[in-house]
Design a protein around this ligand. Sequence first.
Ligand code: PEP
Length: 254
Amino acid sequence: MPKNMRRKVIAGNWKMNMLPNEAIEFISRLENEVKDTKNEVILCVPYIDLFYSLLAVQKTNIHVGAQNVFYEESGAYTGEISPKMLKCINVEYVIIGHSERRQYFAETDETVNLKVKASLKEELKPIVCVGESLEQKETGKTENVITTQTEKALKDLTGEDVRNTIIAYEPIWAIGTGKVASANDANESIKKIRGKIKELYGEDVAEDVIILYGGSVKPENAKELFSMSDIDGALVGGASLKVDSFSKIVNFDK
Ligand code: PEP
């Protein structure tokens, strides 16, 4: 693939929001707004909404993802959901290692890697989140933090596995705060992540892998961010909860 021919991907992360009836209504309104886009549209919804959302997106160009998964196939793990369970109802994507899960639910680089491997085994595509805290940014550790997180998340994967994985660079200080990284800074960080993938898997894989930016993306800043050489779209939190703002981000190129 020639350089910069990667598709654009806009993934919404609803977090712990939206009841099933709201999900169905959202999708029925979004469908019309995004039907002509060439960009890939993904909604990562709470578990309770998955089945309803999957029914609602039939005959649309909207894809559905989950927000977490466990790494074991089955067994005595009360409250957990396996990749096989997600796959069997046709879930395509799963967010792994979101900073909120790292912060509140003891997710580590090791569990992220186990979840990535278990998901790929079931052909469920991981959206792996990496990103530095404000303190790490201010002490000049961004590059080290994000490339180390990337390397650990992708440990033991093949090049093909990595091509089927999306990375989301999400500086923690920009998530839900209204503070967006400058397009240049976000692009530079994403280049560092792509550089690490090149070092580990070679140039072809690095050029193919989709790397998103996440952190206070809105209709007003999407176009500038997505025009950068290495930013292939966004993982969108707050602005994915309204059809109007999310569809404007998806249609940034209209
Ligand atoms: C997120 O939760 O992944 C995110 C990027 O949130 P927000 O867009 O609200 O900053």
